[in-house]
Design a protein around this ligand. Structure first.
Ligand SMILES: [Fe+2]
Length: 351
């Protein structure tokens, strides 16, 4: 006798809730509990993914600003470079320059950061120290404490300690307060549209700031060697100064941009308004006959953050010869060395 299945709502519910759970053989009616279990598992998975995502977002939202505020401003990057100058005298081949720039002593840059950078620079024992301006935030009351922070460099390089002024150093409209403090307390020779023959055939010039000073490159380069008869290094805070002297084969060392200070992938680096449109934010650039190096600086202005843009102490070795400048450790350097070796092997074979 065939048992009649109850044709009621209760009976239908019993089917869907009871039979599948008993482990009875699969029937089309067992699909519903499995689907419910799958839905529940999917919900749990989605919840777990959401919570993980929120955790990661929180970590980024808290961790990145904390890193930019408290960690990266103190991660001094000692970058090492070689630049080739065709007219460099033989006796200056291999000369090492250490550059510090944009120290910005004041409320935004901790003194400890400056101390660390100065200590790193002193440890490098170069032939020459150069400073390329922006020693304070703006307040010239910081000039004396900043000069004291630089004192460990005094008398530590055989060719001396030279500098130029940056746009933040003219709060007295003349730049004299800063120049005097650094000269009197830290032994800095400030080059203000003037130059020095620091070794036979090697000139070091410094010019006033492009924005707040009165740069006079012609005056600064009076007596500088002609092409191939020597080499010239120019200190200029603002990289734009290169346009006033790029018809000569010289090396210009600059700062001012802070390398953008906060660099977020996909966004343009933040640079001073006068640097908008300039093709270089940091590192090396070729402008007609001149090489320009822009250091990212040590301190900060505006926001007390550095992100993707560590403070920099640069070591630049001058070499006699031709070829693009290289940062040590770069693939470009390896490629250049390989090309040089191939060229010298070829020369030996031919001649
Ligand atoms: Fe600066």
């Amino acid at each position: 006798m065939i048992k009649q299945r109850p044709n009621t709502a209760a009976g239908t519910r019993a089917e869907s809730e009871g039979e599948g759970a008993t482990g009875a053989p699969a029937t089309p009616h067992d699909a519903s509990p499995r689907k419910a279990a799958a839905r529940s598992e999917k919900r749990r998975h989605t919840r777990r993914r959401f919570l993980k995502g929120m955790g990661a977002l929180t970590l980024v939202a808290v961790g990145v600003p904390a890193h930019a505020r408290y960690v990266e401003p103190n991660l001094i990057d000692v970058s090492e470079h070689t630049v080739y100058l065709p007219g460099l005298p033989q006796n200056s081949d291999g000369l090492r320059i250490v550059q510090l720039t944009d120290l910005h002593r004041g409320p935004v840059t901790p003194d400890d950061t400056i101390r660390q950078a100065v200590a790193a620079a002193a440890e490098l024992k170069p032939d020459l120290f150069v400073l390329t301006g922006d020693y304070v935030k703006y307040d010239l009351a910081d000039a004396t404490p900043l000069a004291d922070l630089l004192r460990p460099l005094a008398g530590k390089a055989r060719l001396g300690l030279f500098g130029c002024l940056g746009n933040h150093d003219y709060a007295d409209w003349t730049g004299n307060t800063m120049a005097r403090a650094l000269s009197d307390r830290a032994g800095v020779t400030m080059l203000r549209n003037e130059s020095r023959l620091i070794e036979p055939g090697l000139f070091l010039a410094g010019i006033e700031d492009e924005v707040r000073g009165r740069p006079d490159i012609a005056k600064a380069l009076t007596g500088a060697p002609a092409d191939q008869e020597g080499a010239t290094v120019v200190l200029a805070h603002n990289p734009r100064s290169v346009f006033s002297c790029d018809t000569r084969p010289l090396l210009m060392l600059s700062g001012h941009t802070h390398g953008g200070q906060i660099r977020i992938p996909g966004l343009a680096p933040r640079v001073p308004p006068d640097m908008k449109g300039f093709p270089l934010v940091d590192g090396w650039g070729r402008f007609d006959k001149a090489w320009l190096f822009v250091n990212r600086g040590v301190g900060m202005t505006g926001f007390p953050y550095r992100l993707g843009c560590r403070p920099e102490v640069s070591v630049i070795t001058l070499r006699r010869g031709d070829g693009p400048p290289v940062r040590h450790g770069d693939l470009a350097e390896k490629a250049f060395r390989k090309a040089q070796k191939i060229a010298s092997d070829a020369r030996r074979l031919i001649g």
